[in-house]
Design a protein around this ligand. Sequence first.
Ligand SMILES: [Zn+2]
Length: 193
Amino acid sequence: MSLSQQDVRQIFEETHALRTGHFLLSSGKHSNEYWEKFWVLQYPRYVDRLCAEIARRFEADGIQVVLGPTTGGILLALETARHLNARALYAEKEAGVRTLRRGLTLPPGTRTLIVDDIMTTGGATRECLELAARCKAEVAGAAVLVDRSGGTVNLECRTEALLTVEAEAYEAADCPLCKQNLPLHAPGTTHEK
Ligand SMILES: [Zn+2]
């Protein structure tokens, strides 16, 4: 059973991972939407459904390793790898560089899928692609739960997003929500990557 974009949006809304209102983003801009991915990642049954959909899209690609960046990407890498009967590897930051730690390796030629939760600028996903390239792995593509760039981020590889949305973000000076005097919420910083 496949998941539609509407199904994915509904999962984020039901778990309160997608909130609507008036929010101060870590960039300093204001937005009418706020995504808190860990509110969906707290439910194994939803992680299972989302990763099953990623796995379904790559089931014919001979994936041997699913690679995800800390922190949310790790959970998705493990669950997607379970569905694909592959290995999961975790790209952690060491001195600012994405690295496989603890002696784990991605051998040259390994068929690799990169996964991540929410893609805004694609930074963490790109760092994983760079890591895979350094290891001379063979990248089959990248998959994210939500592409908030409206499809404008180009990773120069096959990219699957379960949901594509265009983020509405405004400079404080010309924020229409401020003009309506809606209270501004400043959620905790989650953009640690
Ligand atoms: Zn505002």
